[in-house]
Design a protein around this ligand. Structure first.
Ligand code: URA
Length: 238
């Protein structure tokens, strides 16, 4: 859901300021009802009519980016670092669905569909996110069991996670662990491993729902396939 004046401005109809004037003056209707309140939130499925003319909706686009390390996943960065949007060929106002850390690589969805973004990032919808983490030390069975059960981070108990593979390399005393979670708290995976005494050395998201970056190179971007989009949308319905 986004503010009505922002949606109008993003459609290219007029500036945000002008949109605010039109709303207050009673020239804007949402799903047939006059709206004069500036804070009103609308979704991409709402019909917006201004001065009797339907607001044309910008085509919705959905991408998957194989995010490389060394990019922030915000739309702008106060430190002037490269952002994932530098890798997007679209001239539409797109943004990332949730975030991956600057030093995390892997699957990142990018879209201009606000409703879809909210659904995908809601912890209640339980979309699976799979990560492969290289961590310090040997992760013991009882430690992965802690991750499975849920673990306290910042006063919050994580939802049960699924730990798939643990392989230990004696030479450099590191473990590679595949972890599946359904939430997306800030630095969640790093904090979960930190909590069991195994700091993360590198992190890659290998799957978001059913979407992967298999066959893609780091920095490459592609449109989501219709069946991938359908699967993601169906998952949030069920
Ligand atoms: N968890 C993290 O700690 N970092 C990420 O980038 C994603 C999940």
């Amino acid at each position: 859901m986004e503010r009505l004046q922002k949606v109008i401005a993003h459609s290219g109809y007029c500036s945000r300021r002008k949109a605010e004037e039109l709303i207050v003056a009673g020239n804007v209707f949402v799903n047939g009802e006059k709206v004069t309140e500036l804070g009103t939130k609308v979704s991409s499925s709402d019909d917006i009519v201004i001065n009797g003319q339907a607001l044309s909706k910008e085509d919705l686009v959905y991408y998957v980016l194989y995010k490389p390390e060394g990019y922030v996943s915000t739309t702008s960065d106060e430190k002037n670092r490269r952002t994932v949007l530098d890798l997007v060929p679209s001239d539409k106002r797109v943004y990332p669905v949730g975030r991956l850390d600057y030093d995390t690589s892997g699957v990142l969805l990018i879209t201009n569909d606000g409703t879809f973004t909210n659904q995908m990032t809601s912890p209640h919808k339980g979309i699976e996110k799979e990560y492969v983490a290289k961590v310090e030390g040997f992760v013991r069975k009882n430690e992965s069991a802690q991750l499975r059960r849920g673990i306290e981070i910042d006063g919050y108990k994580t939802k049960p996670a699924f730990v798939k593979n643990v392989t230990y390399t004696k030479k450099n005393e590191t473990s590679i662990v595949t972890l599946i979670i359904t939430e997306g708290k800030y630095h969640q995976v790093k904090k979960m491993f930190e909590a069991i005494g195994h700091p993360v050395l590198s992190l890659k998201r290998t799957r978001f729902g059913m979407v992967t970056v298999e066959g893609m190179k780091k920095g490459e971007i592609r449109r989501l396939k219709p069946y991938e989009l359908k699967q993601l949308k169906e998952q949030v319905k069920s």
